[in-house]
Design a protein around this ligand. Structure first.
Ligand code: GTR
Length: 428
């Protein structure tokens, strides 16, 4: 075996071990409701100094900043204050999808460093629109070109380099992956409902593997002599959320889109990202979490399915280092995920689960929406309209929405139908 062969062998073995570990820990996780420990959640309506939050002013000026700072320093990591100037370049524009849409593709990259990282935003705007439209922005997992078979979607150059590093992708012809993820993207339904859709491949912002934060956007923000984020600074979820805000910067400047009516939506790890983006950037007018699970909508203290310890070991780059303090120590967390949902208030928020997705703890996701509701009620008079978990496929919709649908961890047309329904109510 030469060095290259032995290198691949090591990678293959490492990959096989990771998959085995994942399956193993998914099997070992607790799925028994009677074994969920009893716990006390921090109350979003009491400040750390004991002040009761009984009006919008105290929430906005005192408690919200306090909760946000705790999530920033203990969970996702702080986004550096430093501003990096970006160039936005529209590199493609024209009719697409059989005349139904205008497709626009925009690259953005640091002014000072014109090549890397280069992020690409793909936008479809309903051709029939007569004025600026509301939009959904959602990051994607496998490349912009996988969300639809449209041959005009540019394939990111990072796909050829970063994505192919992964053994299972190394021989893949990117052309063969066009439209591969289209079942998760109800593009026609979205356009027909009068919304634009914008998406960005999360690898373009920060490739999703642990490399000590040498690639992606992190290095742009290092202080002199710094070469990795400090324990309270952002990991990859923070970086992806930053990328979504930069997408919004562009959308605000696009004459066909109403930047004040943009919903941020994400699935799974990107659902965690959408929630953090919505909490961090109040310009997002609505926040949607699809099957975001541990570190997303699910309450950490329930320890049902994926746990803080498991996620920090499997994905050491997603959260900040400080989050490791809470491995097998959830009760010490100064926050829980219902408070992340509360940070989205007063904007409409939607939490969705899937019945077979026990790893993401559907009940824990529901409870977060429920326990965030007192904050929504204080600010808007409306919270989640259910005190018990609804049956499958019986969405509860309003300013705080929740559904659990039949099926597995995924984004389906059913999910989109619900999001469009609520977004039409609030963003149109
Ligand atoms: C899993 C991880 C989950 C979820 C999921 C995904 O392996 O344990 O937290 O984020 O990946 O993003 O698909």
């Amino acid at each position: 075996m030469n060095r290259i062969q032995s290198g691949w062998m090591t990678l293959l073995l490492a990959g096989a071990c990771l998959i085995a570990m994942n399956v193993h820990s998914q099997e070992e996780a607790n799925y028994d409701e009677s074994k969920v420990p009893s716990f006390t959640l921090p109350d979003p309506l009491f400040c750390q100094d004991g002040t009761k939050v009984d009006n919008a002013g105290i929430w906005t000026n005192k408690r919200r900043p306090e909760i946000y700072a705790l999530f920033a320093s203990q969970v996702y990591g702080k986004t550096p204050d430093k501003k990096v100037e970006l160039t936005f370049e529209v590199f493609d524009e024209g009719e697409a999808l059989g005349g139904k849409a205008i497709r626009r593709q925009v690259a953005f990259y640091p002014k000072a460093e014109p090549h890397q990282p280069r992020m690409e935003l793909l936008i479809y705007i309903p051709k029939a629109a007569s004025g600026p439209v509301p939009a959904f922005v959602m990051p994607n997992f496998q490349g912009n070109h996988t969300i639809n078979a449209d041959p005009g979607i540019h394939i990111s150059s990072n796909w050829m380099t970063e994505f192919r590093k992964d053994d299972k992708n190394k021989d893949t012809d990117p052309e063969s992956t066009r439209g591969k993820a289209s079942s998760r993207w109800s593009v026609d339904r979205i356009l027909d409902a009068g919304f634009a859709l914008a998406t960005i491949w999360y690898y373009d912002i920060d490739p999703d593997y642990d490399d000590g934060f040498q690639n992606g956007i992190h290095p742009l923000f290092y202080d002199a002599g710094q070469n990795e984020p400090r324990p309270d600074q952002w990991g990859s979820i923070g970086a992806w959320a930053w990328g979504l805000s930069r997408a919004l910067d562009y959308l605000e400047s696009d004459q066909d889109i109403d930047g004040s009516r943009v919903a941020v939506m994400g699935h799974s790890r990107l659902g965690k990202t959408a929630l953090w983006a919505g909490a961090s950037d109040e310009r997002f007018a609505m926040v949607i979490s699809n099957d975001s699970g541990c570190g997303g909508a699910a309450l950490s203290r329930r320890r049902f399915g994926e746990t803080v310890n498991r996620i920090n070991h499997a994905f050491p780059h997603w959260f900040c280092d400080n989050f490791n303090r809470y491995n097998n120590n959830e009760d010490a967390l100064p926050v829980d995920q219902h408070m992340l949902i509360a940070l989205c208030a007063p904007r409409p928020v939607y939490v969705a689960s899937a019945q077979d997705d026990r790893w993401a703890d559907p009940r824990g996701e529901f409870l977060s929406a429920k326990y965030a509701s007192p904050v929504y009620r204080l600010l808007t008079g409306q919270g989640l309209n259910a005190s018990e978990m609804p049956d499958v496929n019986q969405p509860v919709q309003g300013r705080v929405s929740y559904h659990i649908r039949t099926g597995k961890h995924d984004v389906t047309d059913y999910d989109w139908e619900q999001y469009i329904n609520v977004a039409s109510r609030f963003l149109k």
